[in-house]
Design a protein around this ligand. Structure first.
Ligand SMILES: *Cc1c(COP(=O)(O)O)cnc(C)c1O
Length: 451
């Protein structure tokens, strides 16, 4: 019988990879709490929460029960002309949790699709208001909004690889990512640039789309909440809708329930996904205000033109309800802030390493930015050897563990991450002919952060 790895190598294509990846993926057979268990029997502490999702950890009894209960009643029914308790109840919960005024919920099957839905809503809204020329989007450089075509068009043009699809991708308007970091006042020059762009092009722009306060996969950058607030105010002034992509920032990751809460702004449209189901199933939602929903519904053709086959899937909605109940019933804020202070104390141990450009921490997100890109194929086995699952991209080695991680495992995660990084950097230094000697840098093994 063929092994998982043999079948995978023969037939499967993985995210952002060729069919001949330089390092074969590790087969996982089960997961429990904060650990992923490999076929080889090793348990790895998950530093990624499966890409922002698994906030309660794996194999959680409450989430399992919700799915079991729902599957015995009904796994799925179409959402056109039919409805059901899980979707209706989840919509109510989302309206209650999200900033005041977002009262209508459109379910989608992934984050990228919820972004497409948001962009289409904005365009249809302006059509209904008799302004069909407003079809372009305004976005920040360094952003990430998904991989489908229009979502890709508002991602950072460089890291989003726009050149690969030039001629196919719609051209959008971009502002430089704000210079002011989170906690700093807005830089007036950044706001002037935004105003100049809006002044010149607002008649063509349907909406601003941003990840509030934290740019995720585009560069893990934390920017000024005051800038965000004032950018949104400018958009209001120039008749441009505001879309917040909270797919990564939503549900507590930054230490506040939503990124919007840092700026005290209520967007016209908001996308949520990722942690929505606690990492169990794919589900996303686009929320909007009564004003946008009513205007769109009264215009031509009077309906919103979107409807995924698996829209409002009852299994996904049931597990999302359970996940949100767990979240709101848990001390999530204390957990996230405990992770934040642990990272601030211990992840920063590498700040003085020659190859490290910056270490930054916000909520349950810890980022080590290197001066050069990481060699994923070389460093991944070093993480696995040390019992952690970490997946850097480009120059960024980052951690965003499940909120439920305890202090001991957090210690092991940080120690394993820094240890593997140090070992890899040593290999790079030794292989570099021009390597300069580095003094006074503690060894990754001996400089263990205390748990
Ligand atoms: C992951 C992500 C998306 C895309 O979500 P998918 O479920 O992968 O399609 C969009 N926006 C942000 C901010 C994300 O982090």
């Amino acid at each position: 019988m063929a092994t998982t790895s043999e079948l995978d190598a023969a037939y499967v294509w993985h995210p952002y990879s060729s069919v001949h990846p330089p390092l074969a993926p590790y087969p996982v057979v089960s997961a429990e709490g904060v650990r992923l268990y490999l076929e080889s029997g090793e348990g790895l502490i998950d530093g990624m929460s499966s890409w922002w999702c698994a906030i309660h950890g794996y194999n959680h009894p409450a989430l399992n029960d919700a799915l079991h209960a729902q599957v015995d009643r009904m796994a799925h029914v179409m959402f056109g002309g039919l409805t059901h308790r899980p979707a209706a109840k989840l919509a109510e919960m989302l309206v209650e949790l999200t900033p005041e005024g977002l009262n209508k919920v459109f379910f989608a099957d992934s984050g990228s699709v919820s972004v497409e839905v948001a962009l289409k809503m904005a365009i249809q809204y302006w059509q209904a208001r008799g302004e069909p020329g407003k079809t372009k989007m305004l976005a920040l450089r360094g952003g990430y909004h998904g991989d489908t075509f229009h979502a890709m068009s508002v991602c950072d043009p460089v890291t989003g690889m726009h050149h690969l699809f030039s001629g196919v991708l719609p051209k959008q308007y971009f502002l430089d990512r704000p210079r002011a970091k989170l906690g700093e006042p807005a830089d007036p020059d950044d706001l002037d640039a935004a105003e100049a762009l809006l002044e010149a092009h607002a008649d063509k722009i349907a909406a601003l789309i941003v990840e509030p306060v934290v740019q995720g996969a585009g560069g893990m950058y934390f920017y000024s909440a005051q800038y965000l607030e004032q950018l949104c105010a400018l958009c209001r002034r120039y008749n441009v809708l505001v879309i917040f992509d909270e797919i990564a920032t939503g549900f507590g990751r930054t230490g506040r329930l939503f990124g919007a809460d840092w700026a005290g702004v209520v967007p016209d449209i908001m996308c949520v996904g990722k942690a929505l189901t606690g990492g169990y199933m794919t589900l996303a939602a686009t929320l909007t205000t009564d004003e946008v929903a009513e205007t769109l519904s009264q215009g031509e053709p009077g309906v919103f033109m979107h409807g995924p086959t698996f829209m409002g899937n009852p299994l996904a909605c049931s597990v999302a309800i359970a996940s949100l109940s767990l979240l709101t019933g848990s001390p999530w804020k204390e957990q996230v802030l405990a992770i934040e202070s642990f990272f601030k104390e211990h992840l920063t141990a590498c700040e003085t390493w020659e190859e490290v450009a910056d270490v930054r921490v916000l909520g349950a997100i810890g980022v080590i930015e290197l001066k050069e890109a990481v060699d994923l194929a070389a460093i991944t086995p070093l993480f696995v050897e040390r019992g952690v699952w970490v997946r850097p991209f480009g120059k960024l080695v980052y951690l965003m563990p499940p909120y439920i991680i305890d202090r001991e495992d957090l210690g092991l995660l940080v120690e394993g991450t820094l240890g593997a990084l140090w070992t890899w950097l040593e290999q790079v230094r030794q292989s570099a002919v021009t390597a300069s000697p580095v003094d006074g840098i503690p060894d990754g093994d001996s400089d263990e952060p205390d748990a």
